[in-house]
Design a protein around this ligand. Structure first.
Ligand code: PXP
Length: 245
């Protein structure tokens, strides 16, 4: 079972000030030191968090592998063909959404998805489709030649409550993962997973990779807060001390 850490929200904090900190590339290095098996980023069309510069630096820095999430557009295909990440996960993208709200329609309403898959596969790149647990979509993903599916765990995360029995969505995820595996697909999962709700999904044998972002970045804010304040205070107090002759 691999953990891919999504560092988009380190870039969200940086973009709030349009400055150069915190740098997601540094976050990626630390995530790898912490045991991440891969680094995931979503280069959105509106560049609301990850920037082109981040992707290029990550490709040069990350030692594990970059999972590049993107919409099925020609502009994104051109970037993917140039940088050649370890995996390309195709996701639906709508400008007005806060985050990726649902899985892809496979095959899509137009042929962008098919053409994108054709170009990426022809270039020998590994592709994953971010999909819901519906069996037809999973079969279509295999027919389209995807190497992997990433199951959208948002519905599970939404249903999950502490102390309650396994949500219905967990059973759907279990069956979807088994179907994907039986069709020869690698099965990943992600979205909305937290320290509280991850265990039942991590226990599903047919899932071999989880992509987790928001909860890890949120936790990192708190685990780092004390020492960050201590460091700033030491700097301030040090500035008032008389300099020894
Ligand atoms: N997987 C995909 C395809 C995503 O789009 C996202 C969100 O960017 C994630 C996983 C990670 O979701 P979260 O930030 O809720 O952990």
């Amino acid at each position: 079972m691999r953990l891919h850490v999504n560092i988009d929200h380190v870039a969200t904090v940086r973009q709030a000030r349009r400055t150069d900190e915190p740098d997601p590339v540094r976050a990626a290095v630390l995530a790898e030191l912490g045991g991440a098996d891969g680094i995931t980023v979503h280069l959105r069309e509106d560049r609301r968090h990850i920037q082109d510069r981040d992707v290029r630096l990550l490709m040069a820095t990350v030692r594990t592998g970059v999972n590049f999430e993107m919409a099925a557009t020609q502009a994104m295909v051109d970037i993917a063909l140039e940088i050649r990440p370890m995996t390309i996960t195709l996701v639906p993208e709508r400008r007005e959404e806060i985050t990726t709200e649902g899985g892809l329609a496979v095959p899509g309403p137009d042929d962008n998805l098919q053409e994108t898959m054709r170009q990426l596969s022809a270039a020998g790149l590994r592709t994953a489709l971010f999909v819901g647990s519906d069996p037809e979509t999973i079969r279509s993903s295999a027919e389209m030649g995807a190497d992997a599916i990433e199951l959208h765990t948002g519905e599970y995360a939404h249903e999950w409550r502490p102390g309650r029995g396994a949500p219905v969505a967990l059973d759907r995820l279990r069956r979807a993962a088994a179907l994907g595996r039986s069709l020869g697909l690698d099965v990943h999962a992600g979205h909305g997973l937290t320290y509280e709700n991850v265990r039942p999904v991590a226990a599903l044998d047919d899932i071999e990779e989880l992509n987790i972002g928001h909860s890890i970045v949120s936790r990192a804010v708190f685990t780092g807060m004390e020492s960050a304040v201590r460091e700033m205070k030491a700097l301030m107090l040090g500035a008032r001390r008389p300099v020894p002759e």
